[in-house]
Design a protein around this ligand. Structure first.
Ligand code: SF4
Ligand code: SF4
Length: 405
């Protein structure tokens, strides 16, 4: 397995690594470096560590021998910093040389994982995702229990339908995010479409496994989920979690080795479409003047290009929308990505604090986002700051204004 990792370091990867001039331009935009100020958490610093790991100042074979013998203490000292990254993609977006740092960080984690050098906490997370099929390590038969708790009727579970609503682990199991699943279900019912949940047949999308570096594990999740979705004859998968939507759309084809037989959309794209096509009617809905702002999830805006859709949805319910600074494709991460909560929760909270302070300075009454991980992180940030801002997902705001919840 370890020697196979050499194949992953393609000539293009080496070119990218050698192209980085460590100019530190990206460090100015990195939310982690902004908090930690540690050279090894600068994107360019991480590139140096990667180069040392791959070349080791000697031949690659010698380096791999030394790694196998566990003698690369210098690299081991830097392993924590490999995972002290929110995988927000901002360094990639601002790099004047167009270096695809997102792919580098993914590969770096994959190498560390394959040498079994990833942090113990991530070893645990990896183990329980592989055994329970969800990121919270509980029985997966509880995945759709929120439907009963929240008293929802007319929800199909694992039945042939046009649309599969892929809920994701966070909205399935975390109480504060279950409101997103509830609002999404009410809105899909209101639109009168044919949709279903997968129930316990929904497994983790695999995004956390890719963040840990476990590509084989992610492949197992992908193969199962694709089979479950295609068995129901669905033509569309929709998710309110941009991490799930992106991994299914962008990563599953290469993980399973073929094209998907269904389309994939984030909920904001579908809602925007339904509003524009008048599948969801806004007749008689008065917009109010509550000051609403919106935090772009990195996964949705920068990494998936879904930027105008949530804004159009928000503007159907308020006359007072105000943009956050550092928005759209240039969004400043809230800290909720990259499995940072497990690796360094204090860092996640310090990053969240900075983002919430920006919303507070706008005097926003409601801070919206379109991602369960962002919602939880921004809620934690408001508690830390002591800000009196309500944090909601856009679909919750929308369903409330429509009188659905
Ligand atoms: S990744 Fe790009 S912006 Fe960042 S240090 Fe390297 S060359 Fe500079
Ligand atoms: S992906 Fe985000 S957190 Fe990670 S190094 Fe780049 S800018 Fe920093």
């Amino acid at each position: 397995m370890k020697l196979e990792m050499l194949k992953e370091v393609s000539p293009f990867t080496m070119l990218q690594l050698e192209t980085c001039v460590r100019c530190a331009h990206c460090a100015e935009y990195c939310p982690v470096y902004d908090v930690l100020k540690k050279p090894q958490t600068m994107p360019g610093g991480r590139v140096s560590v990667m180069l040392k790991m791959i070349k080791g100042g000697a031949s690659s074979w010698f380096t791999f021998y030394r790694l196998r013998a566990g003698k690369l203490n210098e690299i081991e000292n830097h392993i924590k910093s490999v995972y002290e990254c929110a995988l927000c993609g901002r360094c990639m977006a601002v790099c004047p040389f167009g270096i695809q740092t997102d792919k580098l960080w993914e590969l770096f984690r994959k190498i560390v994982y394959n040498f079994n050098k990833h942090p113990p906490v991530l070893k645990e997370v990896d183990k329980f995702i592989l055994s329970t099929y969800n990121a919270y390590g509980v029985g997966n038969d509880a995945r759709a229990m929120w439907v009963d708790y929240l008293g929802l009727d007319n929800v199909k579970i694992n039945e042939p339908s046009d649309i599969v609503y892929f809920v994701g682990c966070t909205s399935s199991f975390k109480a504060v995010a279950q409101d997103i699943a509830y609002a999404t279900s009410l809105t899909l019912n209101h639109a009168g479409v044919s949709w279903t949940l997968l129930g316990e047949d929904e497994w983790c999308c695999g995004a956390p496994l890719l963040m840990i570096g476990d590509e084989e594990g992610a492949k197992k999740m992908a193969e199962h989920n694709v089979r479950a979705i295609e068995n129901l004859g669905a033509r569309l998968v929709v998710s309110a979690c941009p991490g799930c939507a992106r991994v299914i759309k962008q990563k599953y084809p290469s993980l399973i080795g073929r094209a998907l037989r269904f389309n994939v959309m984030h909920l904001m794209e579908l809602l925007d479409l339904y509003i524009r096509k008048e599948r969801i009617s806004l007749k008689g809905i008065e917009r109010d003047s509550t000051l609403v702002t919106y935090h772009d999830p990195c996964e949705l805006a920068r990494l998936s290009g879904v930027i105008d859709e949530p804004r159009r949805v928000i503007n159907t319910v308020t006359t007072s929308f105000k943009e956050m600074p550092e928005n759209r494709r240039d969004v400043r991460c809230c800290g909720g990505g990259g499995i940072l909560q497990a690796v360094n929760d204090e860092l996640r909270l310090n990053i969240a604090e900075k983002r919430v302070k920006q919303a507070k300075a706008l005097e926003a009454e409601i801070l919206t986002s379109a991602c369960p991980a962002c919602k939880i992180t921004l809620m934690d940030g408001t508690k830390k700051v002591g800000a009196k801002i309500q944090v909601l997902d856009v679909v919750e705001l929308f369903a409330r204004r429509l009188g659905l919840m």
